[in-house]
Write a protein that binds this ligand. Structure first.
Ligand code: MN3
Length: 237
């Protein structure tokens, strides 16, 4: 408990420091004006920046085609839900609610995913430090135990999905969950702060059916500084 208090005290100091920064930090997609359409965010680095771990062609198709499809799908679902409200015809509510969850989940997770990766010269790889390292050690016992759990979760997602590190605000713990597709398997009251996409579109061109090799390589591009910012943002909410 004393460790947790000290982590939270440190995190609170970090939050105060972050509050002085000029721009607000968003874990997933950026806030948009009421009525505005969702938009595909630009990648925060060049398309081939994560080579050799993640190849440029995979990044190009993944970002420009797959993520765009989730943005478009979310916009479409929200348009249809607005039409339903205007007309009073909710006969397709189940379909459009599911579409909103699937595409909204995809847009949010991919927006986070690009940000939690970086090439080595911009902080990718290595191990977490500071508050994040302390939180991981407290919640999982050690960084190595966390890494093994996260890798095992990613390896064993059935079909398409994600392994996600969440911050759960109620008890101030970090937990690892799987998400099938973009949304199934979620819990409530927790916020993902790090995730690995294990849909085949994320790795198949380079790694084919060797998902564990992709997962091993992915650890080399994790941007721990960004994950720590995400932890502070989730803590603040
Ligand atoms: Mn994907």
């Amino acid at each position: 408990m004393s460790n947790r208090r000290s982590f939270l005290a440190t995190a609170a100091l970090g939050t105060l420091a972050a509050a002085a920064a000029p721009s607000l930090h968003s874990i997933g997609f950026e806030p948009i004006a009421a009525g505005a359409k969702h938009e595909l965010p630009a990648l925060p680095y060049e398309i081939g920046a994560l080579e050799p771990h993640i190849d440029a062609q995979t990044m190009q198709i993944h970002h420009d085609k797959h993520h765009l499809a989730y943005v478009n799908g979310l916009n479409k679902a929200e348009e249809e839900l607005a039409k339903a409200r205007a007309s009073g015809d909710f006969s397709l509510i189940q379909h459009w609610s599911r579409q909103a969850a699937f595409h909204g989940g995809g847009h949010w997770l991919h927006s986070m995913f690009w940000k939690v990766m970086a090439p080595a010269e911009r902080g990718g790889g290595g191990e977490p430090a500071g508050e994040l390292a302390a939180a991981i050690a407290e919640s999982f016992g050690s960084f190595d135990a966390f890494k093994k759990q996260m890798s095992a979760a990613a390896s064993s997602v059935e079909g398409s999905g994600w392994a996600l590190l969440h911050y759960r605000r109620d008890d101030q713990r970090l937990i690892v969950l799987q998400a099938e597709n973009q949304q199934k398997g979620s819990s409530w009251g927790s916020t993902p702060i790090l995730g690995i996409d294990v849909w085949e579109h994320a790795y198949y061109l380079k790694y084919q059916n060797r998902r564990p090799d992709y997962i091993s390589a992915w650890w080399n591009v994790v941007n721990w500084g960004q994950v720590e910012m995400n932890l502070n943002s989730a803590y603040k909410k």
